[in-house]
Write a protein that binds this ligand. Sequence first.
Ligand code: FAD
Length: 452
Amino acid sequence: MSPIAACTVAVIGAGASGLAAARQLRREGHSVVVFEKESQIGGIWVYTNNTEPDPIGSDPTRITVHSSLYASLRTNLPRETMGFREYPFVAKKSGQRDPRRFPGHREVLEYLKDYAAEFGIGELVRFETEVSRVWRRECGKWEVRFRKTSGDGDGEVVCESFDAVVVCNGHYTVPRIAHIPGVDRWPGKQIHSHNYRVPEPFLNKIVILIGSSASAVDISREIASVAKEVHIASWSNSSEESTTLPGYDNVWLRPMIESANEDGTISFPHGFRISADIILHCTGYKYHFPFLDTQGIVTVDDNRVGPLYKHVFPPSLAPWLSFVGLPWKIAPFPQFELQCEWIAGILSGRISLPSQDEMMKDVEAFYDSLQASGYPKRYTHNMTGYQFEYNDWIATQCGAPKTEEWRKKIYHTTSLNRKARPENYREEWDDEDLVLQAYQDFAKHISCKQVS
Ligand code: FAD
């Protein structure tokens, strides 16, 4: 099957990546249906107090809650860098909105709603419709099986055919847990940050928090305000010494745990042991596509989704199956936009892909280079240090402008500021000149409607 001018495309998920997909596909002239299992757009940015009954998510039959946000969450990227390229995330004047440079999660949801309204995306979305199976028929068409989860036709299972499927289901819902020898016999409680909402349940507890991501930094400080002690265990902390966190007398930085013991203690290297109440895993998430049936063509192996050409297309199914938003350690929204523009242009035949063989060779060379530099497989989609090079490569394929210089610089200065001022990088910064450049750029293409 060769690309045709306009395709019917199923997009799975109406989070930020699914919205970007719908926008770009429709702009290119394709006919789009977005399947969304929840009752509103926004994906991870739809905060809920609900948590899962299994706090570490090890039971595959558990009821899942999609969002992983905690109540106090503010963005870890400033709005200028975070926003879509064609629809900047500028502060709105309305009193209902959060104008801060690093706003709270509600503001991001409002922004995504504005984006959807601006481009008329809502009308493409089928809410409360969960995709349960996606597979390719011999004729090349894709079958999407879905189920209404409420309202008219609740529980009814239906199949529809499409020329192409774009997978936008997110990857911050299924917890990855640190392996701790002996933890099965340890009597304390374990929880993953996916199920963390507020600090109160940690009142007067001795908590071992594992991880060093942006969420781990936020959550450890928040818990420290109520907990008796917080011990941050991380592979990146020195194994030689344990220190207190500057500014706190109840938070310690520890090397990674050695074992959990039946008597309730946790052992660290060099003989240090402590009796603890809770282990909080801030250890990331697993890619998960329970609906995808590609007969083994696309697999998830130690968090590598592959084989995928440029993290998007499985070579033998390209361009009819694609994935948006797999990379991490990036500014996601602008990358989603570019990936989606690329997919849309390829589907219409405006942009071409290399041959299947060439794509496969490219994927293999990429995997070889990761292995040669000692990069673990689970970091395949970690784009530390090269997101803008990648984005600019896609932009060139699309004939789109490359990343703005201010966006790259703000991303970089924010990373440095976050390390230098982990407590207050959201309030104090030194890159006001770059912010000014960003707003001068925005002024060229934002509508009055967008700031009111
Ligand atoms: P999601 O937002 O997860 O959306 C996926 C959608 O697919 C959901 O609506 C879900 O209901 C739907 N879905 C899933 N399966 C099915 C199915 N079978 N059928 C139908 N629908 C389905 N990014 C930033 O830019 N700045 C930040 O500050 C930031 N902070 C973050 C903090 C935390 C704690 C986390 C977890 C992530 C953060 N991110 C941040 C990253 C964030 O995940 C991305 O910005 C982005 O929102 C991901 O969008 P997505 O559409 O790929 O996935």
